[in-house]
Design a protein around this ligand. Sequence first.
Ligand code: XMP
Length: 209
Amino acid sequence: MIWNDRPAEPRNWPIADAMASDPAVDATWLAPDRTDYPAMRILITAAQIQKRLSEMAAVLAPAYRDRPLTIVGVLTGSVMFLADLVRRLDMPLRIGLIQASSYRGETTTSGELYVSPGLMPDVRDRHVLLLDDILDTGQTLKRLVQDLRDQGALSVKVCVLLQKKGRQIHHVEVELVGFEIPDEFVVGYGLDYNDEYRQLPYIAVLPAI
Ligand code: XMP
């Protein structure tokens, strides 16, 4: 496909070299030539993520064997994590998605959470494994665990890819954590800044934003 709406620019994507030396990264995963990405520091490589997912699946599969399982991902950040993890779980399961967003309107308190009711999966008589990209203050997951319990789930357990150290204010019991990370703003593998960078196959720290 040839697009003529942007002049050709020389490749200058600082993380491309780091990715090319990562055996888990197929060259075709590289984003198209961009000059507008800031330099990023890779915190967790694609290979490290994929290896950890296999370990996590090995813990989860026996725990849910013979139980009616629904894996619920929190949009949008958990989509990569969900897709890669479920493909490692060789067992019957259902997938649901849930959307939660913080109100930022003038008439509501900042940080108040809105959960889209239309997207709430039917979890009655099901064991729920709630997946999120990152546990930060815990506000989102605490609320979602309660909502899913209220919907009649047999059990609700939480699994996160990342947990930020020293940030939790709201108590959430987390069953399984992929990686503990320092208190830095990260993007990639589902995590975004202004809805960008989600497609990166690794987790990186954005320079001061
Ligand atoms: P709470 O505070 O409710 O926050 O645990 C969870 C949500 O906050 C977002 N979040 C981040 N998103 N990089 C991101 O791209 C980060 O470093 C980060 N820290 C928190 C994220 O949406 C998560 O679900």
